[in-house]
Design a protein around this ligand. Structure first.
Ligand code: 6CS
Ligand code: FE
Length: 298
């Protein structure tokens, strides 16, 4: 008699009845010290300690111009507005995010494959990598809404089935990121504790969560505990600067009511040693434009 496939141990239970704090069971930097790559050893130490590290000029101003022109082209493409990979702002109905840009656009595909980018991801994750998710967050001015505090890994574990914390995001600024126009905020050191959130995942949750996240949102009490213990760092910088941050770092960003867009491209790299299982806390997988599978076409 064939036995049923065994479910992997859930190292990070979440979306049960109560919130729960769990110590991280995975390293933040998976490569051996001294592993060659674009990051300096000092940068990897900072990433390990804080859960993030900034790179002042990941790409040149000329490359930023090309990326920004491509972002503007995508946002202006009428066909994309009806594509489920485009998420619109609740108020203005302007485009808020476009997912899977590394597949839609040659320009963003080249960025994802650039050694300055993928080489850093490999160095952090200590293995070959693939793009789990890519997106442009346009955050136009005049009222674009922010992203409430969350851990990406909590969602990618619960809804996409990523078993371990072996995933890294890079947020590359395509417009100047100021304190005033909704730039990224991260709690340094928060990546070392997993916050299992309370509340089950609704069916088809992604249809709402990419606009305004609910399931997987920490309580006020938990956020206060983390903020008191870790503090909050605000990421500002010119177009071309980038923030690499761990999948479990608590982060968020405010609304943008200034006239100045805060447009970033986010690339999420997962280790090929960390392939998605079935979701750990959701009825079904999310679509592959949000959570790619390692074997998917590049
Ligand atoms: O659900 C997700 O995968 C997306 N949601 C947020 C708020 N950040 C990560 C990712 O883009
Ligand atoms: Fe996020």
């Amino acid at each position: 008699m064939t036995s049923a496939p065994t479910r992997p141990v859930d190292l990070y239970p979440t979306r049960g009845a109560e919130e729960v704090l769990i110590g991280r069971k995975d390293p933040a930097v998976w490569s051996e010290p001294g592993t060659p790559g674009p990051f300096w050893a000092r940068e990897l130490e900072e990433y390990d300690r804080d859960g993030f590290v900034t790179v002042d000029e990941l790409v040149t101003p000329a490359e930023v111009d090309e990326l920004r022109t491509e972002l503007d082209r995508l946002v202006a493409d009428p066909a994309l507005r009806t594509d489920e990979r485009a998420i619109v702002e609740p108020r203005s109905q302007e485009i808020r995010s476009v997912f899977e840009v590394h597949r839609i656009s040659e320009v963003f595909a080249r960025l994802a494959a650039d050694p300055r980018v993928v080489g850093r991801a490999r160095q952090i994750l200590g293995s070959d990598v693939y793009v789990h998710q890519s997106r442009i967050n346009v955050k136009p001015g005049f009222g674009a809404s922010g992203f409430y505090w969350h851990s990406d890994f909590e969602t990618w574990h619960a809804e996409d089935g990523l078993p371990q914390m072996r995933t890294v995001s890079v947020s590359l600024a395509l417009t100047p990121n100021h304190t005033t126009n909704g730039s990224l905020m991260i709690m340094p050191g928060s990546h070392r504790t997993f916050l299992g959130c309370a509340g089950a995942t609704p069916a088809d949750n992604y249809r709402e969560s990419l606009r305004m996240q609910d399931a997987g949102t920490p309580s006020d009490a938990a956020l206060t505990t983390f903020a008191d213990a870790c503090g909050i760092r605000h990421f500002t910088g010119p177009a071309g600067s980038a923030t690499w941050f761990d999948c479990n770092a608590l982060h968020g960003s405010g609304d943008n009511i200034t006239p100045y867009p805060r447009s970033n491209v986010f690339l999420v790299f997962n280790s090929v040693e960390n392939p998605p299982e079935l979701p750990f806390a959701a009825p079904v997988r999310r679509p592959s434009f949000i959570a790619a599978r390692p074997g998917d076409r590049p």
